[in-house]
Design a protein around this ligand. Structure first.
Ligand code: ZN
Length: 674
């Protein structure tokens, strides 16, 4: 395989707000692709930066009484922490407010001037005299000039759909001060994109750089008629870079934002001693941009036009994705589905979302739905039930012996899964992660069948079978490791844990083609916990009411709320017979406010029916199959709904705050808790 050189970017997050789970679709999609390329041995670099300029930042900084520099520095630190905690790994993370960006903007601007693409026009714009700023469209509201609907935004009417310029609004009001803005005329600079029409038609329609639906959209909406001039400047006051040959005018934020991709690369090159032109002016380097569909226009028309004029490499491919919906609807603050990255991290493991998005992402521009119920089921059934399970059911049995010295006969399983590697790689390459995940899970199913058929937990009871046990576990762990390699772009932490468990870090895709033999197996550590529906609910609750979590700190600690009980003797303690039990059935009790009806197995055919007051904290379907601790010798109690033959042990004050105790992996139903 020849080594490719790839430069990859995600759209730059705006410094006006925090990263949320909608943004993460793109950063996770890109990070997975980059990690995949690196794992394949390619020289792939991931560049990003904060997008910092524009009226919105200027206004916000004023409202908060601080400098723009302070605002964007603080926001950038928060963005970088969120990305790091989601295991999104950039080679460089810069800022559009950097000296590198300023000088690249000037260079590209000069080339555009020299090509004769710039012209000046007078523009009428609304000016808020009280705030002292020209108003971007979204800072104006007024009455629609066409249908007369009141309180409409500055660019188009939400009632009749009419597009207009903010100066056409009847009775406009500034949303910043509430005053009526005045119309002021100012000189703006425009780029005549129409001069590049032939080039852009050819480039967008070549079938090589864009998804077909994007190429068709551009042809149908823009390229069928003359391209409009692009208004590239804003008069002072504006937070951005002043245009060197046009005093008092600033580049519009959308001019300097994509140049930020280059500026970030420049920072990385300077730090690494790399040559910038090898990345942005070399035919040997592929350039891949990942973007959302809302910014297609900027990236597929303006941006290639700018690069072409300034004699830089054109994008090899622009990968456009759709929007995130939650439970089939737009993210909503009132429903608590507008979830910030940090809020998610307060409750859930980032691996879950990395895997869930991967399982949904395809090469198409479709929207992606995060169904919260499916999220829980899919992660638990695929990652915990099919993947991690393989290691937890075998690793501890070979901790003493290590893996077999020769790879045992597995009926061709390892070889088949190795042969599937090329197809899985093709799916990753095409950004069809959904297909890759389905192929990987099909392999996981086969591996699990092998474990079920060979039952290592039974083999280990018979010393005569020691060799066979080692063979079965060696196969299982090798199949597990193969899956961990295929999943490494999506689940980097699992890959690292697998490397530690088996003594060799997972660093290259080709490690999936060769089984490990004769190596020691480290002590098994827990790899991934199940998703609990109540944690998802807690995340939604926190998203509904930010600040509520903070006020909870004033409430008493658990120990203060429920002080220690009186001392008891060991014999007193021994009277309560606590047993490990498996929940084999769980159902709602109609009419009961707090109760769920549970069937517990104590092993063999010994069962207990228990009514537990955990209805607000657990869904019955999430409970079936899990182990709990049960007080098994309590006198049966007749309740309104039936007889309760014991208790499941839990902590917490009640309501949604109830936490069942779980024995560690390996405990058997019926074992006594001492
Ligand atoms: Zn209207």
């Amino acid at each position: 395989m020849t080594q490719r050189r790839l430069l990859v970017t995600s759209a730059l997050p705006y410094a006006n707000g925090h990263i949320h789970i909608g943004h993460l679709v793109e950063y996770l999609q890109t990070d997975i692709w980059v990690r995949f390329q690196k794992l394949r041995g390619h020289d792939c670099r991931y560049m990003c930066a904060d997008d910092t300029h524009g009226t919105a930042i200027m206004i916000r900084a004023r409202q908060e009484g601080r400098s723009e520099a302070e605002l964007i520095a603080q926001m950038q630190a928060a963005h970088e922490q969120d990305f790091a905690d989601f295991q999104i790994q950039f080679d460089n993370y810069g800022s559009t407010h950097s000296p590198e960006n300023k000088s690249l903007c000037a260079e590209i601007w000069q080339a555009i001037r020299q090509a004769g693409l710039v012209k000046e026009k007078d523009v009428e714009q609304l000016f808020d005299a009280e705030v002292g700023a020209f108003l971007a469209d979204r800072f104006v509201r007024g009455t629609c000039p066409k249908c007369g609907a009141a309180d409409q935004p500055g660019d188009n009417c939400s009632v009749c759909g009419h597009h207009y310029s903010p100066v056409e609004l009847v009775d406009p009001k500034s949303t910043l001060s509430g005053t009526t803005p005045e119309i002021r005329t100012a000189k703006h600079l425009f780029i005549e994109l129409e001069q590049l029409h032939d080039f852009l038609s050819q480039w967008t329609q070549s079938g090589q750089h864009l998804q077909p639906e994007i190429a068709n959209y551009l042809q149908g909406h823009f390229l069928g008629e003359p391209l409009r001039d692009w208004d590239i400047s804003r008069p002072a006051p504006y937070f951005g870079f002043e245009i060197p040959d046009s005093q008092g005018n600033y580049w519009y934020v959308w001019f300097d934002a994509p140049i930020g991709y280059m500026a970030s690369t420049k920072q990385w090159c300077d730090r690494q001693g790399e040559n910038f032109d090898d990345w942005w002016k070399s035919a040997d380097c592929e350039i891949h941009h990942f973007i959302g569909k809302d910014i297609t226009y900027f990236h597929t028309l303006f941006w290639p036009g700018m690069l072409k004029t300034a004699d830089y490499s054109l994008p090899t491919k622009i990968h456009v994705h759709g929007f995130l919906t939650v439970d089939g609807e737009k993210m909503s603050k009132s429903k608590g589905t507008f979830v910030n990255a940090r809020t998610y991290l307060n409750h859930l493991d980032p691996s879950y979302l990395r895997y869930f998005y991967a399982s949904k992402l395809t090469a198409r521009v479709d929207d992606l739905d995060l169904s919260l119920e499916e999220f829980v089921t899919k992660v638990n059934s695929d990652l915990v039930g099919k993947v991690v399970n393989l290691a937890s059911r075998s690793a501890k049995f070979v901790a003493q012996t290590g893996l077999s010295a020769e790879y045992p006969d597995d009926g061709g399983l390892f070889e088949q899964a190795a042969a599937a590697g090329d197809e899985i790689a093709d799916a990753y390459e095409a950004c069809d992660y959904n297909r890759a995940m389905r192929q990987i899970m099909a392999l996981a199913d086969r591996a699990n069948r092998y474990v079920e058929e060979n039952r290592p937990w039974e083999l280990r009871k018979d010393p005569q079978q020691a060799e066979r046990l080692q063979a079965v576990c060696s196969v299982t762990l090798n199949l597990f490791r193969q899956l961990a390699i295929y999943l490494a772009p999506v689940l980097p932490r699992l890959a690292a844990q697998t490397g530690e468990l088996l003594g060799t870090p997972l660093t290259h895709w080709k490690q999936s083609q060769q089984p490990l033999v004769g190596t020691p197996v480290a002590k098994f550590k827990h790899l991934l916990r199940r998703v609990e529906a109540k944690d998802v609910q807690a995340m939604i609750n926190e998203s509904k009411a930010p600040g509520e979590a903070a006020s909870a700190t004033a409430s008493p600690t658990p120990l203060e709320a429920e002080p220690l009980a009186e001392e008891c003797t060991f014999d007193d303690f021994q009277k309560v017979d606590l047993r490990v039990a498996r929940i084999i059935a769980a159902e709602q009790v109609p009419d009961a406010r707090k109760l769920l009806k549970l069937q517990l197995s104590l092993g063999g055919d010994v069962t207990r029916q228990v009514f537990a007051g955990i209805k607000a904290a657990y869904q019955p379907e999430d409970l079936v199959g899990r182990l709990v601790v049960c007080a098994a010798n309590l006198a049966p109690r007749k309740m309104k709904f039936g007889v309760s033959e014991g208790m499941v042990v839990a902590s917490g004050p009640g309501g949604k705050e109830i936490f069942l105790l779980s024995p560690d992996e390996g405990a058997q139903p019926g074992q006594r808790v001492h």
